[in-house]
Design a protein around this ligand. Structure first.
Ligand SMILES: [Fe+2]
Ligand SMILES: [Fe+2]
Length: 304
């Protein structure tokens, strides 16, 4: 149904050959708080007029911390989802089974890596930064959708993870080295996971009617709306954290300016960069007739 050149065997080989541990990523290092953590394409601080350079760097670091938290947050459901797909054919293709079990195991490892990053950030930054709650509730909401919807969300996330690292972080020496490594190690696995998502989508979508596939896009966009709500909450928590970190109280017009820039950059980071990713769009175009148009409309609304 989908055109691709991926196979469970090559993903399994890559997983075994490129295996890493959380300690390999951290190597006992701490964050360097004199440096920004994220490229401005993701942090969205450079054009905020009411902040000076130090304050921009602090907001960039707060965004680095929330980036790790939100990733751990939105990926929470992937482990049970992949385990379910593995269990669906437990006496069948052993290569498929082993590959999917490693996929799930790698996601558990990502959770550990991202939570360690958040804990280490908290210890070093010196000011409490609020993080959106409700991880399990979001995972439940995603798993309550159709299997195709949850897989499409996963595919979108795994493609934008790669884009963030390859296009915006890999060559940026000015960013904190440990933070870049966290994104690099994540990318090593996600580059395979995105291919596995395509294989799973192919298996699941085969048995669905055209209407069911179209419906999965509507459900995906509803989930996107829920994610957008979470991002708005996180942006407010970031603003409070910035006030504590800088010791400044921002006026309402200043808060509005920061909020506007941050909302736009959160949306690009966690929604738009996935919804318009060419590999993700290609999957949607092959599965549905009106899906790509709906995604384009959502992208336009989110970029306003
Ligand atoms: Fe992950
Ligand atoms: Fe992944």
């Amino acid at each position: 149904m989908l055109t691709h050149e991926y196979s469970y065997q090559t993903c399994l080989d890559g997983s075994v050959k490129n295996a890493w541990t959380v300690d390999d990523c951290f190597r006992g290092r701490d964050f360097d708080f004199t440096k920004p953590f994220l490229p401005d394409r993701i942090a969205g601080v450079s054009s905020i007029g009411c902040l000076d350079d130090d304050q921009k760097r602090l907001l960039n670091q707060i965004r680095g911390n929330s980036y790790c938290h939100i990733f751990a947050f939105v990926e929470e459901y992937i482990v049970p989802m992949v385990v379910d797909h593995a269990r669906g054919d437990v006496y069948g293709d052993e290569t498929r089974l082993w590959t999917l079990l490693r996929f799930a195991e790698e996601e558990v490892k990502h959770q550990e890596m991202l939570r360690r990053a958040v804990a280490q950030f908290e210890a070093g930054f010196g000011v409490e930064c609020g993080l959106v709650p409700g991880r399990e509730a979001v995972a439940e909401a995603v798993l309550a959708t159709s299997p195709l919807t949850a897989l499409l969300l996963t595919s979108m996330i795994e493609w934008f993870t790669q884009l963030h690292y390859v296009e915006h972080v890999r060559d940026r020496d000015e960013l904190d080295e440990l933070f870049r490594d966290i994104l690099r190690f994540h990318w090593i696995d996600e580059s395979r996971h995105a291919r596995l998502d395509t294989l799973l989508i192919d298996e699941v979508a085969r048995d669905l009617t055209t209407d069911q596939r179209e419906q999965a896009i509507d459900e995906l966009l509803e989930l996107g709306g829920a994610v957008d709500g979470l991002l708005a909450q996180q942006a407010e928590l970031d603003l409070d954290a910035l006030q504590r970190a800088t010791g400044r109280t921002y006026t309402e017009p200043e808060r509005d300016e920061i909020r506007t820039h941050q909302r736009r950059s959160y949306r690009w980071t966690f929604l738009v960069s996935g919804l318009e990713h060419p590999n993700f769009l290609s999957i949607v175009e092959q599965l549905t007739t009106s899906g790509a148009k709906k995604l384009a409309e959502a992208t336009t609304a989110l970029s306003a």
